[in-house]
Write a protein that binds this ligand. Structure first.
Ligand SMILES: CC(C)(COP(=O)(O)OP(=O)(O)OC[C@H]1O[C@@H](n2cnc3c(N)ncnc32)[C@H](O)[C@@H]1OP(=O)(O)O)[C@@H](O)C(=O)NCCC(=O)NCCS
Length: 222
């Protein structure tokens, strides 16, 4: 059993208690919020430096490839994120099991435009597969979306697969006609420009199996 005498939050947890879940278009039945997630054993909170031992990376591996990240690497990345002040990795913990069961990240991007405003990007949304279908996906996405507004973002956007558009639309995100394409160059899969030229000529615009990505946005302008 690993002891955690002193734990550090990635960001101030009291920020989550301020969020007004009546502001979201999402429907919660029954009503839940970050402050009251509906079960006494469930906690919505910022990532902690000790979450390496609560299965945080194993949860992320249900979303994508994580790799063999050791404790030192995890703690180094955690410290870098905390020092920057722009990373709001948020988790749901099952405190009965000492296990992270849901996560989503808000990343703040600082701009010169819009009077040196800031925008939010929603990244790495995942709920443990044995807990899906119980509103936790909505809970974690709405939490970081409201947090983005609380932190002064003028908008929040994300990339998702076609099949999740309806899920995000139910939470207030919209596909902006003519301006919701997601484009990528990968640097971890060989020569990027050459590879993209090949894939562009061999796949349709919607991608095989409906796996294409689109960008959806949440606009906070009043
Ligand atoms: C997407 C995900 C986070 C949803 O979590 P969840 O806890 O099951 O979501 P909820 O219980 O809050 O469901 C919310 C609604 O979205 C719908 N929904 C959830 N997952 C869906 C999916 N994969 N495809 C289509 N609809 C989905 C639900 O049917 C539900 O609809 P309802 O409100 O009308 O009943 C979860 O399926 C997941 O972790 N998937 C794997 C990782 C992933 O794809 N992440 C998103 C990257 S953009």
């Amino acid at each position: 059993m690993v002891q955690h005498p002193q734990e550090t939050y990635l960001y101030d947890p009291s920020l989550l208690l301020k969020l007004d879940f009546h502001r979201t278009p999402a429907t919660f039945k029954p009503f839940i919020s970050a402050a009251n997630p509906g079960e006494p054993w469930m906690k919505v909170r910022p990532l902690k430096d000790t979450d390496y031992d609560r299965g945080f990376l194993q949860l992320l591996s249900q979303l994508t490839h994580v790799g063999n990240v050791n404790r030192t690497q995890f703690l180094t990345r955690f410290s870098q994120m905390k020092a920057s002040g722009d990373y709001f990795v948020t988790v749901i913990e099952d405190t009965r099991k000492n296990e992270i069961i849901g996560a989503a990240s808000l990343v703040i991007e600082r701009k010169f435009i819009h009077n040196c405003s800031v925008r939010g990007r929603l990244e790495d949304v995942v709920v443990n597969d044995t807990y899906r279908g119980k509103q936790l996906g909505k809970l974690i996405v709405v939490t970081v979306s409201l947090l983005a507004e609380e932190l002064g973002c003028y908008k929040m956007s994300l990339d998702c697969k076609d099949k999740l558009i309806k899920f995000y639309e139910s939470l207030g995100y919209v596909l902006i006609p003519g301006n919701s394409n997601s484009m990528t160059i990968r640097y971890d899969e060989g020569t990027p420009l050459k590879r993209n030229a090949t894939s562009a000529s061999s796949s349709s615009s919607t991608g095989a199996g409906g796996d294409s990505c689109q960008t959806v946005s949440l606009d906070f302008a009043s």
